[in-house]
Design a protein around this ligand. Structure first.
Ligand code: 2P0
Length: 354
C-alpha cells in the first residue's frame, strides 16, 4: 500500500489599487496607516500558482520561486506565514480530530510560479503571498473564509490580502493592536461590473530604486502631507469609491482613482529625501488620458478612462469596452513599442484585457 500524499495546488490573481496603501502603523504585523481598495486583474495570464506538500521525510521547510530555491529566513515574512498556518492547522484541525495527520509537525516543500509576465512590470508579491496562503489552507483543510485567510496573506505583503478575492476589494485598516480586524472584504464581485477593463502600459520592467516597504516607512516618518491624507482624505474616498462601484458609476470611480494615484505620488515627493516613481513617459501618459477625458466630457458628458500608477513608472488605465480600441490605439500611436529590446525601458507598450 502506498503512503498518502499530502499536497495542494492553488492560484491567486494580481490586484491594482485605486485607493493606495502607503504606510504602516505596525511594520511587524503589517498594519496599514489607511484603508485601501483594489480591482483584481482576474486573468489566467496574471496569476501566481503555488503547490505545497507536507511529508514526514522532509527535514526543513523549503521554497522554490520560479524554479530557483529561495532561503526561508527565520522570523521573515514567509516564515511568519508558514508558522501561522501550521498553528491554525493544529488548533482548528488536529486538536479537534485525533485521527487527523499531524501535518503541523511535518516540514513543507513549496513551489511557486508567477505566470505574471516579468515584462508586465506588475508586482507579484501580492499574488504570490495570496497563493501561498490558499495552498496551505487547502493542504491543511482549514475551515477559513477568504477574509480570514487575508489576515495571514497580509503578514506576507500588505497588498496580498486584497488578492484573496476577485472583483472589487477593500482592505479595511482596522484599529486593534493585534491586527485581527485588518483584513480584506469584498466590495463587489467581478460579475457585478464585468465591463471594467484594465490596460497595462509597461514603461519600464526595471527594478525600482526605492522598494515599497522602505519607501512607505520613509514617507510615514517624514511626510506631513501623509498625515493629512490618512486623516482627511482616504476615509471619505473609501466610502465614495465603494458607492461608485456599487452603482457602476464610472465617472466617480475614475475621478477618485486618478486623484488618489496623484496624491500617492505627491506623498512620495513629500518624503525626505523625495521619492520619484513616475518618469517623463508616465507624465505623458497622464496628459494623454486627461486630454482623452476632456474630449469625452465635451462629446458625451462622461469620462472615458482613469490612470493609476503604483510604486513605479508603469500605468494601468481603467476603462470601459466602448473606449478600449481608442485607448490602446492612442497609447500605441504616441508610445510605439520599439523593436530593439534595449529601448524598451524608455517607451510604453500596451496590453489590452478585454
Ligand atoms: C497598493 N502599493 O495599494 C500600493 C500602491 C504600492 C503603491 O501595496 O511592505 O508590496 O509588502 O506590505 O504590499 C506595495 O506595497 O508592501 C503596495 P509590503 P507592498 O497596492
Amino acid at each position: 500500500m502506498s503512503a498518502a500524499v499530502y499536497e495542494a495546488t492553488t492560484s491567486a490573481p494580481v490586484n491594482i489599487a485605486c485607493i493606495k496603501y502607503w504606510g504602516k502603523r505596525d511594520t511587524k504585523l503589517i498594519l496599514p496607516t489607511n484603508s485601501s481598495l483594489s480591482v483584481t486583474l482576474d486573468q489566467d495570464l496574471l496569476r501566481s500558482t503555488t503547490t505545497s506538500r507536507a511529508d514526514p521525510s522532509f527535514t526543513k521547510d523549503r521554497l522554490w520561486l520560479n524554479g530557483k530555491e529561495e532561503e526561508i529566513k527565520d522570523g521573515g515574512r514567509m516564515d511568519n506565514c508558514i508558522k501561522e498556518m501550521k498553528r491554525l492547522r493544529k488548533v482548528l484541525v488536529e486538536d479537534k480530530d485525533p485521527n487527523a495527520p499531524k501535518l503541523s509537525e511535518w516540514k513543507l516543500h513549496i513551489v511557486s510560479f508567477n505566470t505574471v509576465p516579468t515584462a508586465a512590470g506588475l508586482a507579484s508579491s501580492a499574488s504570490g503571498f495570496a497563493a501561498l496562503t490558499t495552498s496551505l489552507a487547502s493542504l491543511f483543510s482549514l475551515p477559513l473564509n477568504p477574509s480570514e485567510l487575508s489576515l495571514i496573506a497580509r503578514r506576507g505583503s500588505g497588498s496580498a490580502c486584497r488578492s484573496l478575492f476577485g472583483g472589487y476589494v477593500a482592505w479595511e485598516m482596522g484599529s486593534k493592536p493585534d491586527g485581527s480586524d485588518s483584513l480584506a472584504v469584498e466590495v463587489a464581485p467581478q460579475s457585478h461590473w464585468p465591463e471594467m477593463r484594465a490596460v497595462v502600459c509597461v514603461v519600464s520592467g526595471e527594478k525600482k530604486d526605492v522598494g515599497s516597504s522602505v519607501g512607505m516607512q520613509l514617507t510615514v516618518e517624514t511626510s506631513p502631507l501623509l498625515q493629512h491624507r490618512i486623516k482627511y482624505v482616504v476615509p471619505e474616498r473609501m466610502e465614495k469609491i465603494s458607492k461608485a462601484i456599487k452603482e457602476r458609476n464610472f465617472d466617480e470611480f475614475a475621478k477618485i482613482t486618478m486623484a488618489d494615484s496623484n496624491q500617492f505620488h505627491a506623498v512620495a515627493l513629500d518624503t525626505t529625501p523625495p521619492i520619484f516613481y513616475m518618469n517623463d513617459v508616465s507624465r505623458n501618459l497622464i496628459a494623454l488620458v486627461e486630454e482623452y477625458n476632456r474630449v469625452c466630457l465635451e462629446k458625451t458628458g462622461h469620462l472615458g478612462a482613469a490612470y493609476t500608477f503604483d510604486a513605479g513608472p508603469n500605468a494601468v488605465i481603467y476603462t470601459l469596452p466602448e473606449h478600449i480600441k481608442a485607448i490602446t490605439e492612442l497609447v500605441l500611436y504616441f508610445f510605439p513599442v520599439p523593436s530593439a529590446p534595449a529601448e524598451r525601458s524608455t517607451q510604453a507598450s500596451a496590453v489590452g484585457f478585454t
